[in-house]
Design a binder for this molecule. Sequence first.
Ligand code: NAD
Ligand code: GLY
Length: 367
Amino acid sequence: LNTVKHSLMVNLGANSYPIYIQAGVLEHLGLLVQQAGLGPNVLLVTNPTVGGYYLVPAQRSLEAAGLRVSVATVPDGEEYKSLEWASRLYDAALEARLDRRSPVVALGGGVIGDLAGFVAATYLRGVPLIQIPTTLLAQVDSSVGGKVAVNHPRGKNLIGAFHQPALVLIDPVLLRTLSQREYIAGMAEVIKYGVIWDGDFFAYLEEEIARALQLDTEVTTRVITRCCSIKAKIVEQDEREYGVRTLLNLGHTVGHAIEAITGYQAYRHGEAVAIGMVAAGLLAVELGWWEKSDCERLNQLLTRTGLPMTIPGVDPNRLLELMQHDKKVLDGTLRWVLPRKLGEAGVVSQLSDDLVLRSLRRIILDR
Ligand code: NAD
Ligand code: GLY
């Protein structure tokens, strides 16, 4: 165990936690849980796809540390991130005799992390959560920061909580079984961190994108560590998204509308965010916020990564309506996160419809 050292801390007072980022760290799960003083019972939540690869090593490591493991398997898919499945997991938690020191372990992508996290936040008014993210998106974004949720028929993530994990274990080797498409989609969120926060990291990605796409362990470990460290800093400053955490939504205003207009079928979240970042970049250039050459660098990196940058045959007015509706439901104003430099972004509201539509038309291709 002395060889496992945490890579980062998220400093949130009593809710602080370590993030371990290391090839092979999954093997140390049991010891890390024990070291954190958690147990003796554990509810491990996964899906058949991820479980097929990683359930045995995870369970073996927990049991070797003397923990009693119950496994709950949720079918694979966003549609199971529901109150109904949360309720089934409460039953599993009761059967597993989870008490307030017994952790829920989320082994999977963002869907499993959000669902198991929601259960951990609410069961017995909160039990410890351990995140073992297995997609790139989950490793650089959803497993850190404490947002947990289930979907409601009227919208994604409408029922949720802030519940920081007790421990995050990130093993970049697990990404080797992930499909290329999922991996590339996750890269959109990686590139986003460079744009909103860290110009040097953006330049590093420009240098190393080929090795990152080949899953070079050294590069992926470095990339994940940088993203988690940026996210940690942002969450430490603004846990509840009243301020700087909003910057993480770069590309998401248009991205969410693209996901909605295509019925959540055509694009992975990261792909829609990539198109949304292109739209935000064009808007920022129009407003005089951003240099055209930086906008071109972003578009080039997205292209080299293999991310989509345009969407065929949708009505820009409908897209705008969806964005306005989406935000009105929440707080009445449509706020845009726009880049100012590579490594800095800001928030602006009340952009004219004309201006927005002009940028939207540029990301829409005629069929
Ligand atoms: P996902 O969890 O559906 O995973 C994508 C696919 O990859 C699934 O089929 C999954 O079974 C498979 N998979 C996962 N890991 C694998 C591995 N190592 N090898 C092989 N296959 C693997 O999708 P996602 O993109 O990880 O997460 C999307 C969800 O995350 C959405 O529900 C979104 O709302 C949520 N999210 C939450 C936050 C947050 O801060 N809480 C942030 C961003 C997104
Ligand atoms: N995924 C955005 C956030 O965690 O705030």
